[in-house]
Design a protein around this ligand. Structure first.
Ligand SMILES: [Zn+2]
Length: 146
């Protein structure tokens, strides 16, 4: 997939937490921001099928493998809460042969493998749609990653 031109990202507030590590080793295939008349609310990182996905900060698992119905997508996701006002979402995870390794309520460490890259939902190739949600609002993950 050809990377979209980098639009003006929504600025992450200075108070937003920083992440410990990237969710996968891969290539950015689409940036956060305006895209195709809509708004791309995460950062797409392309990686081969079944690449391990790692928690980007310590937290508690909220969702593990269920579909994410917001924005009309049916991608299966893992969601981790890191604080009452900060969570991360890892979308398009595999559920067929490499289901998520975690369960809701489980505490995870930064860098811990939580799931594997898949093709669930709307996607033309294996990648992680990575979201950082701060005060109920998606913000640009690229500004929080190390
Ligand atoms: Zn995406």
């Amino acid at each position: 997939m050809v990377p979209a031109p980098l639009p003006e990202p929504a600025a992450a507030p200075a108070s937003a937490p920083r992440l410990a590590n990237w969710p996968v080793d891969g290539t950015i295939s689409s940036y956060f921001g305006a895209r195709l008349g809509g708004f791309h609310n995460g950062l797409d990182i392309a990686a081969p099928m079944y690449t391990p996905i790692r928690a980007t900060q310590a937290g508690v698992v909220q969702v593990a493998g269920q579909p994410y119905m917001s924005y009309g997508d049916t991608a299966n996701i893992v969601m981790i809460a890191h604080a009452s006002n900060f969570s991360t979402v890892y979308a398009h995870v595999d559920v067929a042969t490499h289901p998520p390794l975690v369960r809701p309520g489980q505490r995870v460490a930064a860098g811990q493998i939580i799931a594997y890259v898949g093709l669930t939902g709307w996607t033309t190739g294996p990648h992680v749609h990575f979201m950082t949600i701060y005060n109920q609002r998606p913000i640009d993950p690229l500004q929080l990653l190390p």
